[in-house]
Design a protein around this ligand. Sequence first.
Ligand SMILES: [Zn+2]
Length: 179
Amino acid sequence: MAAWLSMEQADVADTISKVRRSWNMSRIRNRDTEPERIVRSLLRKLGYSSSGANPKGLPVVPDIVLARPKIIIQVHGCYWHRHSLKDRRCPITYTPKSGRKGREFWLQKFRENVLRDQRTARKLRGLGWHVITVWECQLRRPDAVAARLARVLRARGDHRRTEQHRGSVLPEPAKRGKV
Ligand SMILES: [Zn+2]
């Protein structure tokens, strides 16, 4: 979902950590990122698994699609997708001070990323999808993310696919489920 990164990779390398580089590289290779794997595993524990082929007619390739409850989960890296920068709630996001391209170049790139995410979510919602954004830093508390997912899944009806979950009750969301 961030194809432009490949062209700018060299410039970014000195401003981002190894962890974030590996996130970007996994995006470029079109493989699941570690945060995506965590979310998929939380979903499996709740009795859900993502659909095989993506539904036709989507404006983007989403990170995770649950076709029956019609839910799309976008797992965003905090840095590139600019999580909570204004109120500094995110422990990961920061703005590079300079770099060869200059600060304004990156601010513009970041703005484009945020606008693209907003546009994408709007289009998906317009097509009737429920869009959930899970941020990288929220996965430091996977139980809270699982509780939030359980709450949304419950509200969309029971479409669990995993046999062992059939007949069992979808877990109640935790009281402090909002993350
Ligand atoms: Zn964050």
